[in-house]
Design a protein around this ligand. Sequence first.
Ligand code: PLP
Length: 375
Amino acid sequence: MSIYLDNAATTKPCSEAVNAALKAMTENYGNPSSLHRAGLDAQLMLDGARKTIASSIGTESSNIIFTSGATESNNLAIRGICSAYGKRKKKIISSSVEHASVDETLSDMEKQGFEVLRIPPRENGNFYAEDFIKTCDESTVLITMMYVNNETGYILPVQETFNIIKKRFPEIITHTDCVQAYMKLNLKVSRLSADLMSLSGHKVHAAKGTGVLYIKKGIRIIPSVTGGKQERGIRSGTESVPSIASFGAAVEKLSKNIDERYETVSGLKKYLTGRISEIDGIEINSPESSSPYIINISQGKRSEIMLHYLESRGIYISSGSACSKGQQSGVLGQFGITGKRADCALRISMTAETTVQELDEFINALKDGMENLRG
Ligand code: PLP
């Protein structure tokens, strides 16, 4: 029996998601663009998922575009806005702790002549809305800010920042990568003053390979993928009906009890940090106010060594600073976690189904590793 504590990387699909995907593959396998009955059945599945996801963020179906995942959603948002509105306005504002799918895209925009300001946290490790707002001016085309950081769980002040920006500079387009916040916090696009929002299916117990870009009515996006004009021409290509149906089914389930699950996971975080504080030599890198779903710690042994040791005990976690296979992303450094502390970081990410027994087993294995491993 394995203990899976890597839910920020991906989640186990729930049975509702699996059943929906199975139905899409065995019964409703038509092409949703086909005009016959089989196509219509597939189209109805898409419509259902679109409606569920739209209503979960407080919008209408027509504002939801299905993509292959949040990486594509982030690319589409940034590239699409820069193409549509970036002829004269050349400034983009972001944070210094974004996921690579935002950060790398911004680097591309820099090569295309845009000026990108990546606002860092202050010395105390916190982000402040005013630090973003004071950089805005008439030349700013876009602000893109993640809601919850995927490495530490830090919650950025997206709502406050966007609310103020929309009052002072209504022309600036606001985009938020909500991958690690969706179905964990109650997100409504109007409350956030978000023009664009990226979501990912596989982080919320749906199949991999599907995501959403919410686009507020009236916002123009130049497509990156052209072809058969699916998804209102904004993202051509036959939709992945099984994955999308699974996304809808998972959201249908999870949206019913976001607050209860948050409470449960907060209790688990409290328990885990309590147990961790009993162990000498562990530092907690996530602030207390971070999302309870993600806890980043440093434990004195190189992340990969400890990760593989835990794996040998049947426990799956991530090294705390990896954005892709062992490569450090530099995000922890932005939060002031550097040197050995960053090299020894681990990310534990839970769900409401995580049990105290599993956390106990993790703690026991971690303790053993800290005592016995070299490096
Ligand atoms: N944004 C954040 C904050 C993430 O954590 C991830 C995945 O780890 C992504 C974007 C990319 O999502 P996807 O795997 O759906 O492309």
